[in-house]
Write a protein that binds this ligand. Structure first.
Ligand code: ZN
Length: 207
């Protein structure tokens, strides 16, 4: 064992500048002086808000998958379809893989991230010892971040539908609006979550 401890060091994920951490009070922020990236922003009560946000996101993702996403009417016929139905529609050959990948990106990965965050955050927020494997769970949740595409999907659909409106009468179902709300909630949750604070509290209780 060496005496050199890296515990007080924080690296900027944007530009790799390394800083030594001084204790940051709730409400204060630490930004990278080179690129301005926000490094630390602990907020009191943030934990509870993030937990509530995560629960809301989980409910919305499930609801958005099963409620009708859109209704298309043409020549007197109308048909409404949910995301889950749409994904399952590709049921033959290689398209099954595509359907599974689509469903994973827009439903299962966002849901898994929410559940992992809750698993990590609930004990931390309630001042309990961290859950088993919490660090690994948090790392996985962070690694999945770029693959969680519910919001991008919603935006993509909206753009695609603008083109279809010439051919048929398209109406957005409740699931579309749920995805729209999800876009904002996911961004909000991402902004609220101070990753440094989470790692710090997982670390502290390990020692
Ligand atoms: Zn930086």
């Amino acid at each position: 064992m060496t005496d050199v401890s890296t515990d007080h060091l924080i690296g900027c994920p944007q530009c790799d500048a390394v800083y030594s951490v001084t204790q940051t009070q709730a409400g204060q922020q630490a930004n990278c002086t080179r690129c301005g990236h926000r490094l630390i922003a602990p907020r009191s009560k943030a934990g509870m808000q993030i937990i509530m946000l995560n629960i809301t996101i989980a409910v919305l993702v499930v609801a958005a998958a099963v409620f009708p996403f859109l209704t298309i009417s043409a020549a007197g016929l109308s048909n409404s379809v949910s995301i889950l139905q749409a994904a399952l529609a590709f049921s033959d050959g290689i398209l099954v893989l595509l359907a599974l990948a689509t469903a994973a990106l827009i439903i299962f990965i966002p849901l898994l991230r929410v559940l992992l965050s809750l698993y990590v955050l609930i004990p931390v927020v309630f001042d309990r010892p961290p859950a088993r494997g919490a660090a690994r769970a948090f790392r996985l949740s962070e690694a999945l971040r770029p693959w969680s595409m519910a919001e991008i999907f919603a935006i993509g659909c909206a753009v695609a539908l603008v083109k279809v409106t010439d051919l048929a009468d398209v109406q957005f179902g409740p699931a579309f609006w749920m995805f729209t709300v999800l876009v904002f909630l996911v961004v909000l949750q991402d902004t609220f979550l101070c990753r440094w604070s989470v790692w710090n509290s997982l670390d502290k209780s390990k020692a």
